[in-house]
Design a protein. Sequence first.
Length: 286
Amino acid sequence: MKRIGLERKKMLAGYVYISPWLVGFLLFMVFPLVYSLWLSFHDVEGVGSFQLKYVGWLNFKHAFVLDPQFVPLFVSVIQDTVINTPLIIVFSLFIAILLNHRIRGRAFFRASFFLPVLIGSGMVLQQLLYAGVGQKTLVNGIGLPESAFIYMGPAFSQFVFDLLSRLTLIFWKTGVQILLFLAGLQGISPSLYESSKCDGATEWEMFWKITLPLVSPVILLNLVYTLVDSFTDVTNRIMLYIRDIGFVKIELGYAAALGWIYFALIFVIIVIIFAASRRFIFYSGE
């Protein structure tokens, strides 16, 4: 019997690990995806009898030409993502570097940063943000009296409140990224830092010459994860708009078309990121 090479063993092991996801995708995701694409070229005339009328590309044209809300909402979501994503990546890398040092209570701090991921997902986080918890929590935390906002004026006060809400969202959404960065940092050999110290390198130089290049694949992973998480979050205005079109106004064909347009735009953005990141990602095995 011919022996299986090491690379082939690794490939087979990878397929074994992702097999539960593949099975779930084939059983529960393929048909809804194909059906929604087919539905996007139709209008539903009777919800009870589910009578469909073929309209071709009319739903897609309607999204860009006649719908006054979809394009502005999408631009707004892109703007928020462009601002939030770099802040999440930088903050999670900074916290991961701190937690990677041998400090007392390191396990407690790791669990503390990941805890919001467990208790604050889905509708919980949505209701907390709608209740203004982010603004009130940070205002009380920094000891700034609410009466001070009276003297700032409505425009500046709104800017401060929006900033505090954004910071709360960033703090809340860094748990997974911190764990991934920790895994990447712990995979760096300590001998690299020891030899660089012998050559007189400073901590700042070791960060730019050793840490950042070796965790660059994790940065790409976290970047893609953060983008997908942001674009598919329950608080995302586009997601809420598509849900209302489909299940409140009962325009299922148009909602399916909006969903596929949104998916295509996200896919294009991620492909651009992968293409642009080839020059900056360092793989130690290559």
